[in-house]
Every structure is written in structure tokens, then in C-alpha cells.
Design a protein around this ligand. Structure first.
Ligand code: FAD
Length: 274
């Protein structure tokens, strides 16, 4: 299918993108790698009047060691994350998860900023960034703000971004003692039917984030609390969907998703805590 008619504009800098968005309001959409936006436009699920292309802004494509954290520009592609020596050394979970996103064409075009800003609960990188206690730097006409990943994902395709804001940087704290990501798919290049990211930062400090269990990426808070209270990994995994309502779709019923979340959380905890 062809998208609705739209105007194409190319931003020359982050500031230029912000001023265009401020002028155009919610009739405009940023274009990064285009691997989520363009399919939605073709299906006419999203019909922006103007598309503002930021895909060539090299100032937003970097991975830096910033001391206590790794700073990643929002236009860094999945393939760059997968191959980054800095990430493989300091935040291996993120490099590993980037290598599980789609297939090589998707990883060469898709960006970490696009993946997070899109707010699809089935995406892999939001779960990894949330388990890693990542921070998201967002710039708009009123200046910059930094949000915890746990406050960023609000619902299905819904984030804390306002229509005139650009996600510019993702900051990932260093120093995890253990990690694991379990992704269940029917075919290797598919989105997760359920994904579970686990990061261990201390003896009882474990972060667990779930992909595609509900309308937004979420932390498995009951599992995390159970571990803090001294439960075994198996007992804690059993509480993975406590307080959540796993969604139902063509790939999995709610009950099946809940079961998968428990099984995959158990496996991920076992590996991360080994
Ligand atoms: P775009 O499509 O350009 O943009 C997506 C949305 O984010 C748009 O609303 C856009 O306006 C907004 N946006 C983009 N950048 C910014 C920014 N810096 N600031 C504010 N808003 C911004 N993902 C997975 O996680 N796992 C998978 O297994 C997977 N498989 C895929 C398979 C296929 C065949 C395809 C086509 C995609 C797949 N994806 C998968 C999605 C892929 O990772 C996308 O690249 C990603 O979701 C979006 O990144 P993008 O750079 O392409 O963003």
C-alpha cells in the first residue's frame, strides 16, 4: 500500500529539527531509520502531513565512554551497537540484544532512538535499556530533560516524548555484574512473542524488564521484590506477571504469554546469576 501524501523535509541539525517540530506540531513525524515509521505510513496507521528526516545527522551517531556510563547518540544503528567494542566490554547486554533485532537490513537502518521513541512493547531494545536502568536525554524548544527509562514508556506506541521533542541520547550506567536476555520467537528474525532482560547489579539487586507482555515495556516488579526478600530465582520467576495483564494476539493468548514470561524469566535469572 502507498502512504497518504506527505511533505518531506530534511533537518540540518538537532536545533533545526526542534524548530521544525515546534512549528509543525503533531502533524509532523521525525524519520530516523524509517523501519517502523514507513511500514506504519504504508498501512495508513500513521498519516503525518510532514516527515522531518533526521537520519543523516551524524552528530547523533556515537557511542562514548563517559566515565560512569556509556553515552549513545539516538541515531546509532542497531548494527553499530552490536559491533561496538566499548559496549561489548562495558554493557554487553545491549550489544547482544541489538544483534537479535530483526535481520541484517533492519539492523543496518534501524536506530536505538527510533526503537525507543516508537514505544512498541514487542521491541527488544526498550526492555534492555529499562533493565539496565538507562536514562533518556530529550531536547525540545524548552531545553533538555533527562528521563529514567522506567518513566518513558507509557502505553502501546506511547512514550513520554511530546510532539516537538527529539530523543538525542541514551545513557547506560556501567558496572553490571551479570546479565541475560531471553527472546522467544517462531522465526529467528521475528519480534519477541515475549522477551525478558535481566541485569544483576548487586547480591540482591536485580532488574528484570519484560517485552511484549502488556501494552508497554515494564519491569517485573514482583519478581524484583521477591529476590530482594530472599526468594530463590525459581520462586521469584513465578511472580513475573504479578500485577500485569499479559496481552492476547494472533501469536499468543494471554495465558500462554504469562506462562512464557515465567519460564523465560526463570531462564534469564539462572543465567544472569550464575
Ligand atoms: P523510525 O521508523 O524512523 O521511527 C520510529 C518512530 O520513532 C517514529 O514515530 C519517529 O517519529 C520516532 N523517532 C525516531 N527517532 C526519533 C528521535 N530521535 N526522537 C524522537 N522521535 C523519534 N525491532 C525489534 O526490537 N526487534 C525485532 O525483532 C524487530 N524486527 C523487525 C523486523 C522488520 C522486518 C522491521 C521492518 C523492523 C523490525 N524491528 C524490530 C523494528 C526496528 O528495530 C526499527 O528500526 C525500530 O523500531 C525503529 O527505528 P527506526 O530508526 O527505524 O525509527
Amino acid at each position: 500500500m502507498l502512504p497518504e501524501r506527505f511533505e518531506y523535509q530534511r533537518a540540518s541539525s538537532v536545533d533545526d529539527a526542534i524548530s521544525r517540530l515546534s512549528r509543525l506540531g503533531d502533524g509532523a513525524k521525525l524519520l530516523a531509520g524509517g523501519h517502523s515509521l514507513i511500514p506504519l505510513m504504508k498501512l495508513r496507521l500513521v498519516t503525518p502531513g510532514v516527515v522531518v528526516d533526521i537520519g543523516r545527522l551524524s552528530e547523533l551517531r556515537y557511542i562514548h565512554d563517559a566515565g560512569d556510563h556509556i553515552a549513545i547518540g539516538s541515531l546509532t544503528r542497531h548494527y553499530d551497537l552490536q559491533c561496538s567494542k566499548v559496549l561489548q566490554r562495558e554493557v554487553p547486554l545491549l550489544a547482544y540484544v541489538a544483534g537479535l533485532v530483526g535481520d541484517p537490513p533492519v539492523r543496518h537502518r534501524g536506530t536505538i532512538g527510533g526503537s525507543l521513541a516508537h514505544g512498541d512493547p514487542a521491541s527488544d531494545l526498550p526492555a534492555a535499556v529499562m533493565a539496565l536502568d538507562g536514562r533518556l536525554v530529550v531536547s525540545g524548544s524548552h531545553g533538555k530533560r533527562t528521563l529514567a527509562a522506567t518513566d518513558f514508556f507509557r502505553g502501546f506506541w506511547e512514550t513520554a516524548l511530546t510532539p516537538e521533542e527529539v530523543l538525542t541520547e541514551v545513557q547506560i550506567p556501567k558496572g553490571a555484574a551479570g546479565w541475560a536476555y531471553e527472546k522467544f520467537t517462531r522465526r529467528a528474525f521475528d519480534w519477541a512473542i515475549v522477551g525478558v532482560a535481566v541485569v544483576v547489579t548487586g547480591t540482591t539487586s536485580v532488574q528484570v524488564a519484560l517485552a511484549n507482555v502488556g501494552p508497554a515495556t515494564v519491569r517485573a516488579s514482583a519478581t524484583e521484590q521477591a529476590l530482594r526478600d530472599g526468594a530463590s530465582p525459581a520462586e521469584a520467576a513465578g511472580r513475573a506477571v504479578e500485577g500485569l495483564s499479559p496481552s492476547s494476539d494472533v501469536n499468543a493468548s494471554s495465558e500462554y504469554r504469562a506462562h512464557l514470561a515465567v519460564v523465560l524469566t526463570g531462564r534469564a535469572l539462572e543465567r544472569a546469576l550464575a
